[in-house]
Design a protein around this ligand. Structure first.
Ligand SMILES: C=CC1=C(C)c2cc3[nH]c(cc4nc(cc5[nH]c(cc1n2)c(C)c5CCC(=O)O)C(CCC(=O)O)=C4C)c(C)c3C=C
Ligand SMILES: [Fe+2]
Length: 467
């Protein structure tokens, strides 16, 4: 760990030097250098680019900035071509999930989600079943999901809010003398990650910061987007040479913690007796196997995040009881516990009368805040004996939060490095070109899937995706 930290510092300094040597002439560039000199001192305070367990393939890419520290990953010709660059063009790529904009989008959106091997993790031998399975589950789940989206106005607000966050971040960076283009890269709906990458190439961005809009890292969210990016970057000469800094998680940033505490402090005031309200953190769940078998740091990060928010509230004299539960489970497997619905019933039984729900794994309003928490869980809580219900809004474009994201971007800029893994490129392209093999697998896979799906055990399991 210490070795990694030391080598990261070395690498950081090398990169800062390299970056400074590249910055010339234009005002953007000189402003950026000023910011870099400043961030050189503050970056060391922040641990958001620290290495994680590297067991997940996505984290190989994620870990590049830290892990390859001390070893320059620039090919020599890339360094040459970079010294020729007159103007640094900074890009920020915001990673997010994406959501259906109309009810007709719901089933294809669900297909994209379930076709992701980081969402339904099949054993290698059964990977060929991924797409037929995704087709089946998405068709089965679509009616229930559509009901949810219909209840919140017929579509997800995620694209609109993420676009607003992107604009606000651009302005916050400008206010700090950093000129940057901000791109939205959604994993399962428009604008897809591929579109953002295409734009970045078209705009000839010379330095990129990747910023997930998930405060905590999970294999199923940030990890999945980074895996897709890694594959795209490895397969493209320009992208493989582009210096990139990846912010893996930022739940521990002071600005984020304080912004969350502000929202909670403000919302507690809606209660007649604010001191008696239970602060109920509800996080999106993940299957237990992600944490226990695949080493997903999500649960640990979530618990640390709650600890930090409560610590901040305590420092303001707010000592309310609090609890953490996990919502939105899907499918037949065991998810992180305790489950939100079960805890609400239990709290009602124990006599809790006032409860403030705090969605904590996501920074925008979306179906799981607007429908699941505001409608389903509120109804369940009131039925269970809770009398006073409140919910903290998502951060959306809260200015202290956006300013903190801008700081995170500026602090990450000097550690940008290219991934340049050109020797793997051929393998990826070769695999993708093997179309005949793909169709043979799809054909036999679909037959096998069809036979499997007729077994009563599997039918029972699928019911859990629908209800
Ligand atoms: C940190 C946040 C999220 C984690 C972790 C996560 C894991 C995860 N999600 C599913 C299945 C579904 N998620 C759906 C919607 C959805 N998920 C998140 C966030 C996380 N998911 C968001 C923000 C949204 C909403 C997007 C929007 O349109 O507003 C859905 C679709 C909605 C529904 O039918 O319930 C599904 C399905 C799994 C299986 C999973 C981990 C393995
Ligand atoms: Fe989800």
């Amino acid at each position: 760990m210490m070795e990694a930290a030391a080598s990261f510092r070395m690498n950081f300094n090398q990169n800062s030097a390299l970056f400074r040597s590249q910055t010339k002439l234009t005002s953007t560039v000189s402003n950026t250098s000023k910011v870099l000199a400043h961030s050189n001192s503050i970056n060391k305070k922040n641990s958001f680019v620290r290495g994680l367990s590297l067991s997940h393939p996505a984290q190989e890419f994620v870990g590049t900035t830290c892990r390859s520290a001390g070893v320059s990953t620039y090919p020599s010709d890339a360094i040459e071509s970079y010294t020729e660059i007159k103007e640094e063009k900074i890009g920020v790529m915001l990673l997010n999930l994406g959501g259906p904009e109309t009810l007709n989008d719901v089933q294809p959106f669900l297909f994209n989600l379930f076709a992701d091997p980081d969402i339904i993790r099949l054993p290698r031998l059964f990977r060929f079943l991924q797409r037929p399975l995704a087709q089946l589950i998405s068709v089965l789940r679509a009616p229930k999901s559509k009901e949810g989206y219909a209840a919140i106005g017929g579509g997800s607000p995620l694209r609109k809010i993420t676009d607003e966050q992107a604009n606000a971040l651009k302005s916050a960076l400008e206010a700090k003398d950093v000129s940057a283009n901000v791109y939205v890269a959604m994993r399962y709906w428009y604008p897809f990650t591929e579109e953002a990458v295409h734009q970045i190439k078209r705009d000839r961005i010379t330095r990129l910061v990747v910023l997930p809009l998930y405060p905590q890292y999970s294999i199923s969210t940030t990890g999945s987007s980074l895996r897709v990016l890694r594959d795209m970057f490895r397969a493209d000469t320009y992208l493989s040479r582009l210096p990139v800094a990846i912010i893996q998680s930022w739940y521990q940033r002071e600005g984020y913690i304080k912004s969350m505490a502000d929202l909670i402090e403000k919302q507690l005031q809606i209660f007649l007796n604010p001191k008696e309200a239970m602060i109920f953190f509800s996080a999106h769940g993940v299957p237990v196997s992600y944490v226990e078998d695949a080493g997903d740091p999500y649960k640990d990060q979530m618990e640390e995040c709650i600890f930090l928010i409560m610590q901040e509230l305590k420092s303001r004299g707010i000592n309310n009881d609090h609890t953490l539960a996990f919502q939105s489970r899907v499918g037949p497997v065991e998810w992180l516990k305790p489950y939100t619905d079960e805890v609400l019933v239990e709290l009602g039984r124990q006599g809790v009368k006032s409860l403030l729900a705090v969605p904590v794994s996501f920074v925008s309003e979306h179906i799981e805040t607007l429908e699941e928490i505001d409608m389903e869980y509120k109804e369940l809580a009131l039925e269970s004996g809770i009398v006073n219900w409140g919910r903290v809004p998502a951060l959306n474009c809260t200015s202290s939060f956006i300013t903190d994201l801008a700081d995170a971007v500026i602090e990450a800029l000097p550690s940008a490095m290219s991934i340049s893994t050109s020797n793997n490129t051929n393998t990826i392209i070769k695999e993708e070109n093997d179309l005949a093999g793909y169709f043979v697998k799809m054909f036999f896979g679909s037959i096998l899937a069809f036979i499997l799906l007729l077994s009563p055990k599997v039918i029972l399991a699928f019911r859990n995706y629908i209800i």
